[in-house]
Design a binder for this molecule. Structure first.
Ligand SMILES: C[S@@+](CC[C@H](N)C(=O)[O-])C[C@H]1O[C@@H](n2cnc3c(N)ncnc32)[C@H](O)[C@@H]1O
Length: 507
């Protein structure tokens, strides 16, 4: 096959995916007792990488890494290759080709990423994908393969079947999407199942490419976790753990607190049971070679070897004296309820240094400094904290990384002549690309903010930026006072600083 028409016609929104960051994968692996290679010098392969919205920022962040993307849709692969050329980034390439026909001499990779691919390709390509992992994973390497899980998808199948049947024969992809939108309206009048109505409401707001490629594509084959784990087995691979957020974790211990190999089967059974309990729809599986060290449920004791970052706000007065429940909200609008006093202090400490990370000892020191600042006295329960922290890490309220993986050139303030790095400026200037923050998140920017970002090459001071913005808005007949503009620009610059997009050119 030369290309994939549906993705050429309706390209996938190619976004940075925080859970695919190799330093995050290394941290998850460490919680499972597994040391994966140094992410900053890793060889990274992304299968089905679309136009590289995920891979290119990873390559940018780690100039000593070597990144290869493979993408079958010619339109997407060529868009990615053109972007890399304009950026002049030497350590990444996107190859137009079929992941099922990779050349043998590609070498080995420390991290292999396949997000949103496995469930959306025919069984032969699924097998080929796992074969790529078996053949090309370095001895300590880890692969990330996400897939749709049958436990949660079974209830949604009537919706997929109705959308497929009622839009059958409509082509090309954008027209079929438009037809499906109309069908969603019909179904919301005809159906009364609350779960399906919720999904319909969500689909009306979701990206067109999401609706199309989940509900209208020929391939979307959700799989039970057990079947996925068994397939890994037949390909000489093993399940290491879950890179997605978890609401519950499996803990298995024998009388000596060890997790022998013989318990692995029980652990996989427990994972299966979790999917049934929570109607899991999507998994992000971390995978290693079968001969890799024993995989096991994640171990809270390994937290002390990690570093953490978080971007949260607590919208009520912080209570650092009592284990009272308080809500912490992340930029995506997810609320995490936290009661442990030390964990609350830790979240505040991390949010105050975001996008930087703190390693475990520094985090503990920051908690104590904050308690001193608030005049909090009394005993602390370190065991309770570790337990609470483990569940915050599992739920992705807090993201983990390895110590020493933070980029240092990020500026602490906009400075007199704000300077954003070249990747962010090119992302802002290129339609169809989102701007990614240092922590691999998509930054929500409106059109004027994208224009502003393009001007941040270190040559303009505040008044030059105000002038440029006045001219930009005047083209749309918008007039704002210089004071108002100065305030808006200042806010925007601080947002970019917080996301690690502005650099301190002096460093
Ligand atoms: C659902 S999209 C996910 C894109 C991207 N990984 C993401 O998560 O944003 C699936 C991607 O896999 C690509 N793909 C499908 N079959 C492929 C194959 N045999 N070889 C390479 N890429 C393939 C598609 O063209 C598409 O870009």
């Amino acid at each position: 096959m030369d290309t994939l028409a549906s993705y050429d016609e309706l390209p996938y929104d190619s976004l940075p995916l925080p859970e695919t960051q190799p330093d995050f994968l290394a941290a998850v692996a460490k919680l499972h007792g597994f040391d994966s290679p140094d992410p900053s010098r890793a060889r990274i392969l992304e299968l089905g990488c679309a136009q590289g919205g995920n891979l290119i920022p990873l390559a940018w962040r780690w100039p000593e890494s070597d990144c290869v993307g493979v993408e079958l849709s010619r339109v997407q692969a060529e868009a990615g290759a053109a972007f890399i050329k304009r950026l002049g980034l030497p350590n990444v390439c996107i190859v137009h080709g079929d992941l099922a026909a990779l050349p043998d001499d590609l070498g080995t990779f420390d991290y292999i990423i396949a997000h949103g691919v496995f469930s959306w390709v025919p069984p032969a390509v699924q097998r080929a994908l796992l074969e790529v992992c078996r053949r090309h994973l370095s001895p300590q390497g880890v692969a990330y393969v996400s897939f749709n899980v049958a436990a949660g998808w079974t209830a949604l199948q009537p919706l997929r079947e109705a959308l497929l049947a009622r839009t059958a024969g409509v082509a090309p992809a954008p027209q079929r999407y438009a037809a499906a939108r109309a069908v969603l309206d019909q179904l919301s009048r005809e159906w009364d199942d609350p779960a399906l109505l919720d999904e319909i409401a969500y689909l009306k707001t979701a990206a067109p490419s999401y609706l199309f490629h989940e509900y209208l594509t020929d391939c979307n084959a959700p799989m039970p976790f057990g079947e996925f784990a068994a397939q890994l087995d037949t390909h000489g691979l093993r399940y290491v753990g879950e890179a997605g957020p978890r609401r519950a974790v499996v803990e298995l211990e024998d009388a000596w607190g060890l997790i022998p190999e013989s318990m692995a089967e029980r652990w996989l059974d427990a994972e299966r049971a979790l999917d049934d309990t929570f109607a899991t729809r999507f998994r992000r599986a971390l995978i290693a070679r079968a001969d890799a060290p024993c995989a096991q449920p994640p171990q809270p004791d390994a937290l002390s070897e990690l570093a953490f970052y978080a971007d949260l706000a607590c919208d009520e007065e912080l209570d650092l004296e009592h284990d009272s429940e308080q809500g912490f909200v992340n930029p995506a609008g997810n609320t995490f309820i936290v009661a442990d006093v030390l964990a609350k202090a830790a979240l505040i400490a991390l949010s105050s240094v975001y996008p930087r990370a703190l390693n475990y000892p520094d985090l503990i020191a920051a908690i104590h400094a904050l308690r001193d600042e608030f005049g909090v006295t009394g005993d602390v329960d370190a065991a309770c904290f570790k337990h609470a922290w483990f569940s915050l890490v599992s739920s992705h309220c807090v993201m983990s990384t390895l110590p020493g993986q933070t980029a240092t050139a990020a500026a602490d303030e906009p400075g007199s002549h704000p300077h954003a790095h070249a990747l962010a400026r090119l992302q802002a200037a290129t339609p169809g690309w989102v701007v990614s923050g240092m922590r691999h998140v998509a930054i929500d920017l409106d059109a004027p903010a994208r224009a502003l970002l393009q001007w941040l090459d270190g040559s303009r001071d505040q008044s030059a930026l105000i002038e440029a913005m006045q001219a930009y808005l005047a083209a749309s007949n918008i007039v704002l006072s210089p004071e108002h503009l100065a305030q808006r620009i200042d806010q925007q610059l601080w947002q970019l600083v917080r996301q690690g997009v502005c650099i301190d050119a002096g460093k």
